[in-house]
Design a protein around this ligand. Structure first.
Ligand code: BGC
Length: 751
């Protein structure tokens, strides 16, 4: 654990600048508006270690796979959202000497992410010889105008003598990805002019689309422009001014960023870029800021979570919601939620099962249903890619990818790509989850039934029948616990496969005759699916009364996590891969993930015996893990444990728990705080169309409250030492259950 930011309810700020924490600071001060995002790297060049990264949603490149020995079926490329042309760059000179925080003498440093308004500020005083200048930076990516980036800098002369200030503001296409497989640059400049660049991604051999992005800057400043310079890859404009003692100069840079995702020709793209640039040049900074802030205020109004009595938990919760909102707010149905969002290169900015398993439960509760429906539609639209993946494995139906942009698998570790097929079941589960929560059957009975049918066709082909056991089995898989590879009969995978077939059969009984015709599932196919449902092998141990994670798991040397010496954790940074695979340690919820998904379908005894067995073996080295265990712990009234796990998920990045936040934030895990609080502490469930709660208050908290969107209503749930208070903020009255008692929610309710 490492904490480098102060604990404040609405801010992530520090007054210390330490070069060794630079990447960590950059990750934690990332900004985004769903359309684009960036790490909190400095506007000006910094000669020390840094990971500068700006990413444009949906703009990616297929980087040719690099592996030792090629195996048939390997994805040909590793798709990654690429580092965009750097449009925020601006360098400063004071009396001819370049500002560089890695070398300069600075004081009064402050870096401050204002979560309420989604604005990043930075200030410091720099001394260069006799010159002393106070710099103040502000930065935002507008949610009112998605293509707009705004930077404002003020420079105040604190010295007794006049100082010469120079600002060189640039758009720079000389950028690379740190994780590029062949160290190539992915951008090719098409057009460069004073203040603008149009660049296209380089050609690829895989037939995936190339993207063009255009960036145009304009300026509002008290300094004087003195000229432009163009190189092959960079356009820059220089401004100068002499500041007398106490004088303040201000410099605003507004950049419009457009991409070929929204325009089908370069001409249209350039026209849009010019028009938008002209439009924003006439609006004052304060107006741009206010429009942006107002939208953020509405978002917080609908979904803020308040915690009293625990400032750390409060800050963690807001930071998580902030991370989610900056990544995805459902505005563009073609986009999805990458595990690192716009905050780093790892995981390539692509779509994972994280969306269905971890993001869907939260987006259902904090945004309107259309947002989640769009996430489901995203998979429907990628069915063609999913057919390709199944075919690559010699199988029928659809295999959704572990990692993708277009439906085609684009990750190249065989134990993940080939084997981690539980994802197909998780994607089916999300359809059920959406329908259960919203009551809206329009997706499942139409597009959803197609997705379910094709996933079922895959499962029916992927299982094999074991004559000896008279049961169906699934061999050679990796479950969600990636610390076990190539196992047989992973309980999670077998359970999800069986459940998907059963659910699909049920849905097929409800679709219209036209849809039945389109789906074209024969009676023979249905009978086969039913047989698999009836005879699927699900490993179970009678003595321990637990579902066994996979065949052979119980033959391991079962020692609790507490037996691992502290200095050897996290094990993935200290042990060989081989040692990890042989160990009994579980990376993340596997059996417990399914128990969480179907929490009302298991008896309290089943939940208890499985939790008591698996929790002591779980290292939670996937950030996706603790929240899931927290919900099951809360369900079992293990309140202390539920809170301990919540704390781990809620401040995972702020406290750098897994020692890897330098790579970027764990955006999809930022759902964990909400999941643990709402489904865990408040015990929120939806069962048979009834919304219910069984809340408890963590001992050290005075109160917590959250707002939840449910079937056209906004409901506020507050829990304090006096009990639970439920309030209908908007929408029609509703019957709900609180601690098993039915109450009608039509005005202020107190239990
Ligand atoms: C987890 C996966 C997850 C991926 C991206 C891995 O560490 O084990 O379950 O999909 O990260 O978040």
């Amino acid at each position: 654990m490492k904490r480098i930011f102060e604990v404040q309810p609405w801010n992530v700020s520090t007054h210390e600048f330490k070069a060794e924490d630079k990447r960590l600071q950059e990750s934690m001060t990332s900004l985004g508006n769903g359309y684009m995002g960036m790490r909190g790297f400095f506007d000006e060049d910094y000669s020390g270690d840094s990971l500068s990264g700006i990413y444009l949603g949906g703009v990616w490149f297929p980087d040719k796979t690099r592996v030792g020995w090629w195996k048939n079926g390997y994805p040909k490329y590793f798709g990654k959202v690429i580092n965009a042309v750097n449009f925020i760059k601006m360098n400063f000179e004071i009396n001819g000497s370049k500002l560089d925080l890695a070398k300069d003498q600075i004081s009064d440093f402050e870096l401050n992410l204002h979560m309420k308004d989604a604005v990043l500020t930075r200030s410091f005083v720099v001394t260069k010889g006799d010159a002393k200048v106070k710099f103040n930076f502000e930065r935002l990516l507008s949610v009112a105008q998605k293509e707009l980036s705004v930077q404002k800098v003020t420079m105040e002369n604190l010295s007794n003598e006049p100082v010469e200030i120079k600002v060189i503001s640039a758009i720079d296409a000389n950028v690379k990805n740190e994780d590029a497989n062949y160290d190539e640059r992915f951008w090719e400049v098409k057009d460069i002019a004073a203040g603008s660049i149009v660049a296209e991604t380089v050609a690829n051999d895989f037939g995936t689309p190339r993207f063009t992005s255009g960036m145009q800057a304009n300026y509002v400043t008290s300094l004087q422009p003195v000229g432009n310079e163009l190189t092959d890859l960079e356009t820059s404009t220089t401004f100068t001014g002499k500041l007398s003692q106490g004088e303040v100069a201000s410099f605003e840079k507004r950049v419009i960023v457009v991409t070929s995702r929204d325009y089908d020709s370069q001409d249209k793209l350039v026209k849009a870029m010019n028009d938008l640039s002209k439009k924003v040049s006439t609006i004052s900074y304060d107006e741009l800021l206010t429009a942006h802030k107002n939208i953020w205020a509405q978002r917080w109004e609908q979904s803020d979570v308040k915690i009293q009595g625990d400032d750390e938990a409060q800050q963690g919760m807001r930071f998580n919601l902030f991370g989610l909102f900056t990544t995805y707010y459902g505005d563009d149905a073609r986009l999805n939620i990458g595990p690192k969002g716009f905050t780093g290169e790892k995981y390539g900015g692509a779509t994972y099962w994280d969306t269905e398993a971890f993001a869907v439960p939260v987006y259902l509760g904090i945004t309107k249903p259309e947002v989640t429906r769009n996430l489901l539609m995203y998979r429907y639209k990628q069915l063609d890619g999913a057919y390709v993946n199944a075919k690559e494995q010699g199988l029928k139906g659809a295999l959704y990818p572990m990692v993708t942009f277009n439906g085609i698998e684009c990750h190249n570790e065989w134990e993940i790509t080939f084997e981690e097929i539980h994802r197909n079941g998780d994607i089916a589960f999300a359809i059920y989850n959406y329908t259960r929560y919203t009551g809206d059957k329009s997706y499942v009975l139409n597009e959803g039934s197609k997705v379910l049918t094709e996933i079922s066709r895959f499962w029916a082909d992927r299982v094999h029948f074991s004559e000896r056991n008279n049961q169906y089995m699934i061999h050679g898989v990796t479950g969600p616990d990636e610390y076990e590879n190539n196992v047989d009969n992973n309980w999670n995978t077998n359970y999800l496969a069986r459940w998907t077939l059963e659910y699909t059969l049920k849905v097929l009984g409800e679709v219209t005759p036209e849809q039945t015709k389109k789906l074209n599932v024969s009676d023979e196919e249905k009978a086969k699916w039913q047989d698999i449902v009836d005879r699927m092998y699900l490993p179970y141990d009678k003595d321990l009364d637990i579902f066994v994670q996979h065949d052979g798991f119980l033959d391991k040397d079962i020692q609790p996590v507490s037996a691992i010496p502290e200095d050897q954790r996290p094990i993935n940074q200290n042990w060989s891969w081989d040692k990890i695979l042989r160990s009994p340690y579980i990376k993340q919820g596997d059996v417990l993930q399914v128990i969480y998904d179907f929490i009302d379908d298991f008896t309290p005894e089943q939940k208890k015996s499985n939790f008591d067995f698996y929790e002591p073996l779980t290292v939670h080295e996937s950030s996706l893990s603790p929240a899931i265990y927290s919900v099951v712990a809360a369900d079992l009234h293990y309140e202390k444990k539920a809170v301990e796990l919540y704390e781990r998920t809620a401040r995972l990045d702020l406290d750098n728990y897994n020692n890897d936040t330098v790579d970027g934030l764990h955006i999809t895990s930022m759902t964990g705080g909400w999941i643990a609080m709402v489904q865990g502490f408040a015990g929120m469930r939806v069962h048979d169309d009834v919304l219910s709660y069984k809340p408890f208050l963590p001992q050290k908290w005075q109160s917590y409250s959250f707002r939840q969107v449910f079937r056209g209503r906004v409901i506020e749930v507050s829990v304090d030492k006096d009990g639970n208070h439920l309030k209908l903020i908007s929408g029609e009255p509703l019957d709900i259950k609180v601690n098993n008692k039915t109450v009608t929610l039509d005005s202020l309710q107190t239990n």
